[in-house]
Design a protein around this ligand. Sequence first.
Ligand code: RIB
Length: 289
Amino acid sequence: MLVVAGSLNVDLVGRAPRIPAAGETVLGAALQRHHGGKGGNQAVAAVRLGAAVRFFGAVGRDAAGEELCAALVAEGIDAAGVVRVEQASGAALITVSNDGENAITVLPGANLAVAPPAAGALQGARALLLQQEITPAVNLAWARAARDARVPVLLNAAPADAAAAAAVLPWVDLLLVNQRELQQLGGREAALGPPVVVTTLGAAGCRCWQHGRAIALPGHAVDVVDTTGAGDTFAGALAAALVAGKGLAAAVREANLAAALSCRRAGARGGMPRRAELQQALAADGMED
Ligand code: RIB
């Protein structure tokens, strides 16, 4: 069982020739609407790859909240831990450029009402997966409860918030960051504290640092439609493989490939692979499941 505590957003996406610069207006294409939020996305990535997932979050008492919960349940996620609150459900304004890059503004709304763990929340958990779209104090409470329960903590320190990450890092067993997030945390894996630090490098793959040794994995060439959610796919796939009992090297290899596959379709969750699709791609790449 993987426990995920985190955010749920409705993603309002506009495709444009390029990401506008500050003060610039660009003409884009039709508005798209997807289910998102780093927490929900990572839970979906994990469940699609076969993990049993229990999700804790918060949505508004609005249509978007109903929809976001229903989407989790439809994926097979235990969403009984999602509470309804008076704020509006979370939303994200996303521009995706024609080459698949994105820029995101998150409007957290109800996500700021995600609560610390209640008794039993971590029962049966083999890992806890956190991000940084809920309040830092609540993230810390989840991480401390997991450490007390001897449940490994995986933190995807996204979006970047160095102060929030620094507070929780002493309770983190595996840190997942992109290059920008790593730089904001000081740039040196060895100085961060967690015994494992995985850094995603976009199209260039990823680097896995453990006990002072780093292994680099190259990226996989795919036809990129939308990179939104690639980091979430990596996080969910990594967690799913680890709770399935796979070793770190195999888990990182799978996550690296799953993240690449996720870029082939629009929307944060649109391209997240299912188990069979990932297995096929692993076999085509000469890798065992
Ligand atoms: O990582 C992508 C996600 O970031 C989007 O789904 C958006 O909601 C923001 O949380």
